[in-house]
Design a binder for this molecule. Sequence first.
Ligand code: ADQ
Length: 471
Amino acid sequence: MSDNNFVVVANRLPVDLHTAPDGTRTWTPSPGGLVAALTPVLEKHNGCWVGWPGVVGDAPEPFRTERGVLLHPVKLSQADFEGFYEGFSNATLWPLYHDLIVTPVYDRDWWHVYREVNLRFADEVAAVAAEGATVWIQDYQLQLLPGILRQLRPDLTIGFFLHIPFPAPDLFAQLPWRMELVRGLLGADLVGFHLEANARNFLALARRFGIEVSGEVSTREVTAHLELNNGRRVGVGAFPISIDAAAMNEWSAADLGGAERLHADLGHERTVILGVDRLDYTKGILQRLKAFEELLDTGALNPEDVCLVQIATPSRERITSYRKTRSQVEEAVGRINGRFAQIGAPVVHYRHTSVPKDELRRYYRMADVMLVTPFKDGMNLVAKEYIACHGDDSGALVLSEFAGAAVELTQAYLCNPFDIESIKKALRDAVVGLHNQPEVLAERMHAMHAQVMEHDVDLWANSFLDCLEKK
Ligand code: ADQ
């Protein structure tokens, strides 16, 4: 055992390992909501992070990041990666928890690998955590870990947070290994979700499995518990995640010139609509392109006056449904430009890449309208990042009702992404509103900006950790 009193465990370490042809290894920060959310928290707590370094094969020795966070890599083989990560996590649990947008695959071999990898994570954590340490486990890839760790190290305080939605009991019940997963989660002292609705789904499921539930769910406090037969209590609550809002707000205000130049590159007078997502079928990228195309088609939007910038981070590229989504998106981009662009003036600018943080903020800052249209999303940090970058109340947000963020960002132009007409209406209202009712839009942005600034990532982490402490 070591002196690590605070341990975060996540599938991924917050870095990617790159090996140059001469064998030199370098680490770069990796994208993704979880990393964005947890880095500041760990720095503050001087904590240690256990996770997979992002490449299969040998894991390097534990090391410290430039910002002082101790990283403990967990080794995954190619077979682990395929069964645990691509398979059970992302082709079984991800679609099941996102309400079957694609059909989940139930594969017994993947399940065995998922269990083995969770056991391996448990061994690593048991070895690095100090006596009585607090361990905070993140996300759907590690749902067995709380239960295994409780057996290995009963001295630990264990928190679990799910970053994706938790489905209705009827959907969850499809899972052949449903009891094992529930037992895994019950190893925690506190199980947290983004939304009260997610937490209520979990409680309903527990009831269905004969577990006694006391209290009602609330946000940022624990007023609901599961009462286990052995006398243990598991707290359940909602903790909506957020971003380092102050840093984003400050940075974007300091780079107005950069944002203006970027906007000018796209056309000074044009209204710029922005999409930023991992290229994932849950994000509704194709639907938003179709809505945009139809608005151009009917003349509701003029291709000389507007353009859409879509930045899509490559994601889970070996999984069939992801490949299909990418080719559909790219086909739509080509088609729309073919129909409506002029030479040298695309109407859709598409980048399939991860972009550095500073550049991303510049995109957010310069965009007149942000278009966020997931079919289902635990929270969606992109929506909050956009709002944080508009401290002067400029801009407009079109947001899916099915993003967790819609619970807080009620002043957005809300839409139903399953209904193209609804996306079209919200987008058109936002674009037209920018010109016709700027003061109304400014009020809406003002309210959302205040909400995001006040409810930032520190509040998320501190409220969860305070509740865990009090368990
Ligand atoms: P994600 O599904 O990854 O997160 P999201 O919350 O939007 O979705 O976070 C994406 C993050 O990646 C953002 O911080 C964004 O800035 C960054 N990003 C996206 N595209 C990028 C690009 N091209 N280049 C660089 N960075 C890019 C999961 C859940 C969400 C939940 C988060 C956090 O699916 O619902 O909000 O975890 O809990």
